[in-house]
Write a protein that binds this ligand. Structure first.
Ligand code: ZN
Length: 455
């Protein structure tokens, strides 16, 4: 019999399509030394009992207790790691003012590596405790502190994709917080890319450098062009913000006479490895361009309620064939939990469909066919995130990584309202998605390694 590194037995929920969640009842998950799910075995399969006989009782055999379930780890496609230090504050002012009076001053403090270490260790641990196994991070303009974030991800076992932020335009950025020049911005980015690639060689779960123009308004044309060339030269991920608010969308129109999507494309920044945050104001041509280039949209529903002046038509973008994942957008979004963002994604889509202005007749109030279900929002947080990054993550399926969260529905201090031992498992799934709190997440595993356990 093949030797597996670990075997897990229990009931799991995983997406098989954007609309469907499959329940794998009491399956065996066989994990190899690379942390990959080598085999999934149903109780009706011939080798189920032989595997149980061979592994049960051994140290590498893990059986879930009653009331516990496996979920895939979450993929958070948009986190500003330094902004964790101001999470929950100043959410009642517009984006432009929020950036200049709160966010840039806090990000400027990350020239201090001691401060950076405190915040970055805490944000990575907090995301792990919330079930986030892969995160796509903006750091700050500082090369050293950005590398420190990648090192902390590597050390704590999280799959981190990290970008040194570029904001080089002297006219648009405050003197206390920007790249010294376009040349240094590009040179620092290239050094950062090489350093993270080196770090990745000794990191089981993977860490990845990400080319990160903050957004078009903060970058010169030369920087945007240079970053597109670096992304292509080193075959890296790219992240930025795209058509987020009326102001940001209008700014790019004024500067280039075209929408963000086409402007980013002109600079070589849209590819299968690109993830663009928000994208509230994409028109159909922009969406087609995203689908054609393989660029993913990161939906940040909590943040959007504060800063985006709108609700993204997620169902419409899906129908256009655009890849979509979910993001917390700490700290434009206050919550480090993708559970919270899954819930908000569903609620925002319902409000988009029904509309909100009671002065209008019902038929004119909303945008038809906009609602998404809890299954679809779960898909965005898991499989959709994996597809956006083109990595084998976000599903509990053969050849995917063993990235899971173990949810305990019977925890005394955070018990879910399940009273019928025979309750339909799809209903239990919905209760978990709507009601689970961080306490319910008992363990988190990434690439076959336990990275978080709640005492
Ligand atoms: Zn953002």
């Amino acid at each position: 019999m093949i030797k597996y590194t670990q075997i897990f037995q229990g009931t799991a929920f995983t997406s098989t399509s954007p609309k469907e969640v499959e329940v794998l009842t009491n399956y065996l998950f066989c994990i190899n030394a690379d942390g990959i799910i080598e085999k999934i075995v149903a109780p009706s399969d011939a080798d189920y009992q032989p595997l149980l006989d061979a592994y049960e009782g051994k140290e590498n055999f893990h059986r879930l207790a009653e009331g516990q379930y496996f979920l895939p780890g979450f993929v958070d496609l948009h986190v500003h790691a330094p902004q964790w230090a101001q999470s929950g504050t100043a959410l009642d002012i517009p984006l432009y003012d929020w950036l200049n009076t709160y966010t840039f001053p806090i990000e400027a403090k990350f020239s201090d590596l001691d401060f950076a270490k405190d915040v970055y260790q805490d944000v990575v641990s907090t995301l792990l405790a919330n079930g986030t196994t892969t995160a796509l991070y903006f750091a700050t303009v500082h090369k050293e502190a950005s590398l420190l974030l990648a090192e902390i991800c590597a050390e704590k076992g999280q799959r981190g994709l990290v970008g040194k932020v570029v904001m080089d335009d002297a006219e648009q950025n405050p003197t206390f917080y920007r790249d010294a020049s376009t040349q240094t911005a590009l040179a620092d980015t290239e050094e950062f890319i090489l350093a993270v690639k080196e770090l990745a060689k000794s990191t089981k779960q993977g860490v990845y450098p990400v080319v990160t123009p903050r957004f078009i308004p903060s970058c010169t044309d030369d920087a945007l062009k240079g970053l597109g060339e670096l992304a292509s030269k080193h075959d890296t991920y790219v992240q930025s913000h795209c058509s987020e608010s009326d102001w940001a969308h209008g700014y790019v129109q004024d500067r280039f006479g075209k929408n963000d999507a086409f402007a980013l494309h002109d600079f070589g920044l849209l590819s299968d490895k690109s993830v663009m945050a928000h994208c509230n104001f994409l028109d159909d041509d922009d969406a087609d361009l995203f689908a054609k280039t393989g660029t993913a949209v990161c939906h940040c529903p909590i943040s959007n309620a504060y800063f985006a002046n709108s609700v993204v038509p997620i169902a419409h973008l899906q129908s256009k064939g655009v890849e979509i994942g979910l993001g917390s957008d700490i700290s434009g979004g206050f919550s480090p939990s993708l559970f919270d963002n899954v819930r908000q994604a569903v609620m925002s889509s319902r409000m988009l469909e029904d509309g909100v202005n009671t002065a209008l007749p019902a038929a004119e109030r909303g945008v038809q066919n906009s609602r998404i279900t809890i299954n679809e929002a779960f898909y965005l947080a898991t499989a959709g995130g994996g597809e956006s990054l083109s990595l084998p993550i976000g599903r509990l399926a053969q050849n995917y990584t063993w990235d899971v969260q173990i949810i305990d529905t019977k925890l005394a201090t955070a018990k879910l309202p399940i009273f019928d031992a025979q309750e339909d498992l799809h209903d239990i799934f919905q209760k978990i998605m709507y009601l689970a709190r961080p306490e319910n997440i008992r363990e988190v595993w990434i690439q076959g390694e336990k990275v978080h356990a709640r005492k």
